[in-house]
Design a protein around this ligand. Structure first.
Ligand code: SF4
Ligand code: SF4
Ligand SMILES: [Zn+2]
Length: 309
């Protein structure tokens, strides 16, 4: 029989000694901190400092979410009432980021950088598997959901309310990451569409770049979201769900059948306590997929007693 582990009790700390190694503190050590200068105790101090930063970040994040939820509640209630369900307890609802950048033509240098990346990725894919004697292997990851769709229930369309209210904050990361297109993405396209030539794949990607895209975001971040077909997107673009969208999905699982309402809030809304501050986009999606943007609703002021930052 394996003996149960013995409980470990912390050693009582003696005044003037290090609370980690129990060695005497040197004059150069800070007695308030009660950690000495020995290497393992210096490491200990760094670990504690990192944990402290982590705790403060989490606390700040929780406070932000709490303020955002409370501030958004009246507009969510109003939007829910406008679509015939005045009880928020009966309709899936939530907050989301609100992304608000202008649509601009893609600057020449960014287009050139993207084309260079695309060419290099095509080159690498065709160098690995030339398409004549070696075709790309079946991808382990499935950017087109084909494998996953066999196993998963399709997502309810109403959860798109999050992304419509948000307008693609996550796609910002696609700017520096070149739409996340990598060799595996191209290999997948080649594997799933063997009729396409290398030049046709290249043209296909270039043909999906919209005339205007969201400033400083992914080249495919158009006015109505991603302009790239799902089966040309990188795996991460098909898989990713932020916590706001996931939370809406969970709420919808508890309250199906009434659509969803979402308030998109700009991250800096907490810096402006005034009522009507322009940081809001409220969207509802009904069960039969009708999308409504409630643009007459105004953000309430930040009330006293809400969590501080
Ligand atoms: S997944 Fe999240 S961050 Fe991305 S567009 Fe949707 S709501 Fe916005
Ligand atoms: S390819 Fe589409 S989904 Fe992916 S980052 Fe760009 S705009 Fe977003
Ligand atoms: Zn020590």
């Amino acid at each position: 029989m394996v003996a149960p582990p013995r409980p470990v009790f912390p050693k009582p700390q003696v005044k003037g000694t290090c609370r980690h190694c129990a060695q005497p503190l040197a004059p150069k050590d800070n007695p308030a901190d009660a950690l000495c200068h020995r290497p393992s105790c210096v490491t200990r101090r760094q670990i504690e400092a990192a944990a402290d930063i982590g705790r403060r970040t989490l606390a700040r994040d929780a406070a932000y979410l709490e303020v955002s939820r409370r501030r958004a509640r009246p507009v969510l209630k109003a939007a829910a009432a406008a679509v015939g369900q005045p009880d928020l307890g009966q309709i899936a609802h939530g907050i989301a980021p609100r992304f608000d950048r202008p649509l601009v033509p893609l600057p020449d240098d960014r287009r050139a950088a993207f084309v260079a990346h695309l060419d290099m990725t095509l080159e690498e894919s065709y160098a690995q598997a030339d398409g004549i004697i070696r075709a790309p292997a079946q991808p382990e990851h499935d950017p087109d959901y084909i494998t996953r769709r066999k196993e998963e229930q399709p997502e309810p369309v109403v959860v798109n309310a999050s992304c419509i209210a948000c307008q693609g904050e996550c796609c910002l990361h696609g700017a520096s990451r070149m739409a996340f297109i990598e060799v595996a993405t191209i290999n997948y396209v080649r594997w799933s569409r063997p009729d396409l030539t290398r030049d046709e794949i290249r043209d296909l990607y270039l043909s999906h770049i919209p005339e205007t895209s969201t400033s400083d975001s992914c080249v495919y971040h158009g006015a109505f979201g991603c302009t790239l077909e799902r089966n040309l997107r990188a795996d991460i673009c098909n898989r990713f769900q932020c916590r706001y969208r996931l939370a809406l999905m969970e709420d919808y699982a508890k309250k199906p059948g009434h659509g969803a309402v979402v308030a998109g809030l700009s991250a800096d809304h907490v810096d402006d306590p005034s009522a009507g501050a322009p940081y809001l986009r409220v969207v509802s999606v009904s069960e039969d997929h009708e999308v409504r943007v409630h643009d007459t609703l105004r953000l309430p002021g930040l009330r006293k007693g809400m969590p501080k930052f």
